[in-house]
Design a protein around this ligand. Structure first.
Ligand SMILES: C[S@@+](CC[C@H](N)C(=O)[O-])C[C@H]1O[C@@H](n2cnc3c(N)ncnc32)[C@H](O)[C@@H]1O
Length: 399
């Protein structure tokens, strides 16, 4: 199978997973380039006919629509035939994401994923009646009570509402990235979570991968504070969980090892750079971090003309340091063979630390030189002498 076929199969696997999990809203095929002069597009819906799940294909022509219902296996086969040959674009809509498969003029396939803002408002009718039905995690999972997210009756503890929202948003984001990555069909997935803290997100991801997706996930939380490590391992032992362990360690001196998914949520300052570096070194297919306290660049920033009157305000300088740090990290990740997105993963009302860097490894590396030239230009403009991730990558000759 060539890389374009593998990309198409990842897209179809994501569609199949969305149907299985009840997240499939619709699939649109656009960019028609076949022989029928009046054909516009095809919309695909997941339906149930006489108790059997089916795919309903509605083909829109200039003056009429045609509908064809097919059992799932035949439907996926139909999609396989249409993609790339007749249609240059396909958009999968789920409540949380839009996944796009696009073919270039030369027939090269690529995947792009976007997190939908206000995703819950767009949830399917069945889910709109009970918002928790749209969540990837349910309140009855036992680890939630041990961590104090739910009470003994498995009800959400009101004080944990924000955390609950954050956990779910994180899972939605990771789930979307998994479906768009080479890990879409992997059975065994090795995860490292740096700065795991009390383990809310570590437990949640482990539960989602093992319990909801049935993958053989091996998840390790790495945390500086020994009391948090002991607390989390205690819960793992009480619940007899397989494939989850917490280790006391410092991301700055952690021994490199192979990893599929590297996460670092709210790891302080340059701990995020060390975690990203660890993910790149370990060959991670997905690197996901929500950076926190951007201290390193701020004292280095010149206030170049004509920004000087703007950046003399400390608050602006802080915002600039954050934007530049994360922007440089994204460029460096791209230079190391990833497609990186920077976005707000949960609204500001839930946490101020809401920015996420999500990097998914590309099937083919790209030319790093233009990206590294952009890094140099930005650094020169602002007078930045050192950025931690860049130094780490230079030290082991990755850039
Ligand atoms: C703000 S908490 C985030 C916890 C968790 N990731 C979350 O988002 O809920 C940051 C955690 O990172 C840990 N930490 C800070 N620097 C670290 C380092 N160099 N190595 C490992 N853990 C670190 C802290 O002890 C703290 O528990």
């Amino acid at each position: 199978m060539d890389t374009d076929d593998a990309t198409r199969e990842r897209f179809i696997a994501a569609c199949e997973a969305a149907v299985r999990d009840g997240r499939f809203e619709r699939l649109l095929l656009a960019g028609y380039r076949g022989a029928s002069p009046d054909l516009k597009r095809v919309a695909v819906r997941a339906i149930v006919l006489r108790g059997q799940p089916q795919l309903s294909f509605t083909t829109s022509h200039a003056r009429r629509d045609e509908t064809q219902n097919l059992p799932l296996a035949e439907g996926w086969q139909m999609l396989r035939t249409l993609l790339g040959r007749d249609f240059a674009n396909a958009h999968l809509h789920t409540p949380q994401q839009e996944l796009q498969l696009a073919y270039s003029r030369k027939g090269r396939a690529s995947l792009r994923t976007g997190v939908r803002r206000g995703g819950e408002a767009a949830a399917p009718l069945t889910a709109a009646h009970n918002r928790d039905k749209a969540r990837l995690l349910s309140l009855d999972r036992p680890f939630l009570a041990r961590l104090g997210v739910t009470d003994a009756q498995q009800r959400l503890v009101p004080a944990m509402a924000r955390k609950w929202k954050q956990i779910n948003k994180f899972l939605e984001t990771l789930d979307a990235a998994l479906n768009a990555s080479p890990l879409a069909a992997a059975t065994r997935i090795e995860v490292l979570d740096f700065g795991a803290g009390k383990g809310y997100l570590t437990f949640a991801l482990h539960d989602h991968l093992r319990h909801a997706l049935g993958r053989d996930a091996q998840v390790t939380g790495v945390e500086l504070r020994p009391e948090l490590v002991a607390l989390c391992n205690g819960i793992v032992d009480q619940l007899g969980l397989q494939g989850l362990r917490f280790e006391q360690g410092d991301v700055g001196s952690y021994a490199p090892r192979a990893v599929d998914v590297m996460i670092a949520l709210h790891a302080c300052d340059t701990a995020t750079d060390h975690a990203i570096h660890m993910g790149i070194r370990g060959g991670a297919a997905i690197i996901c971090c929500a950076p926190c306290c951007h201290q390193q660049l701020r004292p280095q920033l010149l206030q170049p003309h004509p920004l000087r009157p703007i950046l003399r305000h400390g608050v602006h300088l802080g915002q600039e340091a954050e934007m530049l740090t994360d922007g440089l990290r994204a460029l460096l990740l791209d230079a190391c063979g990833y497609d990186t997105q920077v976005f707000e993963f949960v609204s500001l009302e839930h946490t101020a630390k809401n920015k996420m860097l999500l990097a998914v490894k590309r099937a083919q590396p790209r030319d790093a030189a233009p990206l590294l030239a952009q890094v140099r230009e930005v650094k020169d403009f602002y007078g930045i002498r050192e950025q931690c991730l860049e130094s780490l990558l230079q030290a082991d000759a990755r850039i």
